[in-house]
Design a protein around this ligand. Structure first.
Ligand code: PEP
Length: 250
């Protein structure tokens, strides 16, 4: 089966509301590919201004985080209901920066995945190995551990609707990209794991992105691989380069 490609920008902690609006305006005429799902995952404070700019386009809104709780006394958190009401469709969960700097572990991330799905958000669930793990030859074992626990209690219908982003930590923001063969090997292994946890139908439907220094010069080779259904883009999402990636097949 052919899966629709999904190219998502992760703006991280960049762009004030007025800068975010300006970036979305800059990209508006450039990001125009009917073959691809395009998502801007932006800081919470930028969601509403960016939603205004992308209204009427095919770009979808994404968040970078979501609370595991419904509502109430959780100072500083943002709930899935708030995101949905703001027009958000996707949410990044388990980015390596949140795992590393905010100590979010797999049990906690699992709660976020379940909450997002319950409320109708599509998780972009990130996984990936450190350089030490790759050199020790434990990449696939590690990703298996991460995904098995992040997906606890997720039904096969829910899993089929999700996006998984394979992001080798050593390639994020470093300019070092995994080769297309390295990326395909892991994305293919993730699909096999999904078939093992659920079934082949679910594995065929789930979309798997590669993320890690993806840019116009390497995106075509990566996106040509059979198990790579898109990209999660950090640095290159903050400039016109993002449009070149979205238009990879033109
Ligand atoms: C990311 O943070 O998800 C990412 C892939 O960043 P970069 O493209 O800058 O490596």
């Amino acid at each position: 089966m052919s899966r629709r490609k999904i190219i998502a920008g992760n703006w991280k902690m960049n762009k004030t509301p007025s800068e975010a609006k300006a970036l979305a305006e800059l990209l508006k005429p450039l990001v125009d590919n009917p073959d691809v799902d395009v998502v801007y995952c932006v800081p919470a404070i930028d969601l509403l201004p960016v939603a205004e700019v992308i209204k009427g386009t095919n770009v979808m809104l994404g968040a970078e985080n979501v609370s595991d709780q419904d509502a109430g006394a959780y100072t500083g958190e943002i709930s899935a209901d708030m995101l949905v009401d703001a027009g958000v469709k996707f949410v990044i969960i388990g980015h390596s920066e949140r795992r590393q700097y905010y100590r979010e572990d797999d049990a906690f991330l699992n709660q976020k995945v379940l909450k997002a799905l319950e409320k109708g958000l599509t998780p972009i669930l990130c996984c990936g190995e450190t350089l030490e793990q790759r050199e020790a030859g434990v990449t696939l074992d590690w990703i298996r551990l991460q995904l098995k626990s992040d997906l606890q209690g997720v039904t096969k219908e829910q899993a089929a609707s999700m996006v998984i982003a394979y992001e080798p930590i050593w390639a994020i923001g470093t300019g070092k990209t995994a080769t297309s063969d390295q990326a395909e090997e892991v994305c293919g292994a993730i699909r096999k794991l999904i078939a093992e946890i659920y079934d082949t139908d679910t594995a065929e439907k789930i979309r798997i992105q590669y993320g890690g220094s993806m840019k116009p010069s390497n995106c075509r080779e990566l996106l040509a691989k059979p198990d790579i259904d898109g990209g999660l883009i950090g640095g290159a999402a903050l400039k016109a380069d993002f449009a070149d990636i979205v238009n990879y097949n033109k």
